[in-house]
Design a protein around this ligand. Sequence first.
Ligand code: B12
Length: 384
Amino acid sequence: MAQSSQAQQAPPPKRGREEKQRARRREERAARSPREPERIFPDPKTGLTAAQAAQLLEQGMGNEAVASNAKSTGQIIRENTLTFFNLVFVVLAALLVLAGDFKDMMFLGIAIVNSLIGIVQQLRSRATLEKLSLISEARVKVVRDGQLGTVPVHKLVREDIVELGAGDQIPADGPVLSGQVTVNEALITGEADPITKDVGDELLSGSFVVSGKCRARLDRVGADFEAGKVFLPQLIQAAGAAQAAFEVIREQLSARPGGESAPKAPIVLATVKGDIHDIGKNIVKVLLENYGYPVIDLGKDVEPAAVVEAAKRHAAPLVGLSALMTTTLPAMEETTRLLKALPNPPVVWVGGAVVTPEYARSIGADYYARDAKQSVEIAKKVLG
Ligand code: B12
């Protein structure tokens, strides 16, 4: 709370300048598009109707972010055919035709095949990149027709009411309508400290919810949103790309003969309470699954009681816990303590950048693993 009001009452000079720039950009956009649809201001409990959302999407009020900078098919063909060397080959071929020397024109075939290979390779790379960006696209909780559902980020429209919680990336700019969240805006504004956002405070697209829960209205979507204008937050993109790459690797590995084997006892995996880092835990999961171990992934920011509940329900012989922050180590300790108090306690193994073998021992965990490979060794030892 205190952080929120401090940040709003006495904004540092740099932030004030950025606010003015944003306001100017908004005015410019309003002047460019005077015939925007009327505002609806939907009730936060019911949101837009499906019909209103469809109409807004049709009217160009969708959350299509930044235009793709992938090359068009025409561009790819031109780049691979209209080259200096191809020009030289064509001139040489013309001279040979004039001289009636057709048997020395073999090189022309090679030049054509070379250009074709270039075109096919570039088209295939473009298709793969498009597939990756589709896989990494996040889904957002949205209220429409009074129901809470999820839609992909690009299907959101202006004035959609979204529900955001810990770990969610804010998909477009707009005010908080109910609840309270703490957000990390470091990638957008450079503000290092988490900021608390109450009802009426503006959320910035591209920033992350660190804790809390809220409903917000998306007032500036698509090309209008601030992250699209300020800069692309490389870290978020990298995290998305990493997740997408795991998906592709996982699919490829499980498609391979021997990739899947007879079912084994389930392993429960979670990033502990208060921690939203899940890239490392996901790598551990992918590798375990490829070795044929079924994994029940509880996700990130998981309450100790939820881990215990899942371990009991699935009679899991092995539970893995991940923590990336010193502040979330106590949650790892608490979770381990509760697991070990069960009548049939599972084997607990822990990991993550801040965990050490000494720490693992001190909290009563059975194993520490430095990485995914070591995790598989432990699973083999415990489960066979
Ligand atoms: C990416 C990242 C983020 C992303 C997370 C995206 C995501 N979906 O995970 C975002 C931007 C959201 C983020 C947010 C924050 N972050 Co951050 N983040 C990072 C960063 C740059 C990389 C982490 C990572 O993914 N590494 C790559 C993976 C592959 O490595 P790994 O996680 O270590 O996993 C390997 C092993 O550790 C092990 N392993 C991992 N899990 C498990 C589990 C088991 C069971 C086992 C056996 C092994 C195992 O195997 C993995 C594969 O080898 C680190 C800095 C760094 N260089 O580590 C900071 C870092 C972790 N973040 C940090 C902080 C402080 C935050 C914020 C609090 C910032 C803020 N002011 O709001 C918030 C998060 C709040 C929260 N509640 O969690 C600090 C933590 C400091 C500390 N020691 O306590 C770090 C270290 C940055 C720093 N130097 O200050 N972050």
